[in-house]
Design a protein around this ligand. Structure first.
Ligand SMILES: [Zn+2]
Ligand SMILES: [Zn+2]
Length: 129
């Protein structure tokens, strides 16, 4: 299994697309970089507001920051209510660091949902063992 098999475009919700590793607002909406979109959570055409709130467009998302802190502190922490141990966190950080900017952006978006997070954890562990 390759990373591309799990990073399918359904994680790029509501028409969000990626240009040169930058998440872009849906073409149905303004089509500008998500960071420049001024829509709020009521926009039906894009989810830029949520992406910004979850820090998906930043180089480091909340989830990735927590994963790195689990590895650095050698201490399990909760993400989406799940206890994530150092072994799992380390596997996920390794996968993340290996992929290109575009896939890192997709991974960050995927990690914002519990389901996506679980899928990524399973994938990372399958690569290690
Ligand atoms: Zn937008
Ligand atoms: Zn919009």
């Amino acid at each position: 299994m390759k990373i591309m098999d799990i990073l399918d475009d359904k994680y790029t919700k509501k028409g969000t697309w990626i240009k040169d590793g930058v998440l872009m607002c849906s073409k149905e909406c303004c089509g500008a970089p998500v960071s420049e979109c001024s829509c709020d959570s009521s926009c039906k055409k894009c989810n830029c507001y949520n992406l910004k709130e979850n820090n998906v467009i930043e180089a480091t998302s909340n989830e990735m920051a927590t994963l790195r802190s689990i590895v650095d502190n050698r201490q399990a922490e909760k993400i989406h209510g799940m206890m994530v141990d150092m072994f799992t966190a380390s596997a996920m950080v390794q996968v993340y660091d290996k992929v290109n900017d575009e896939n890192q952006a997709k991974m960050r978006e995927m990690l914002t949902t519990p389901k996506g997070f679980q899928r990524m954890a399973d994938f990372a562990l399958s690569k290690i063992s």
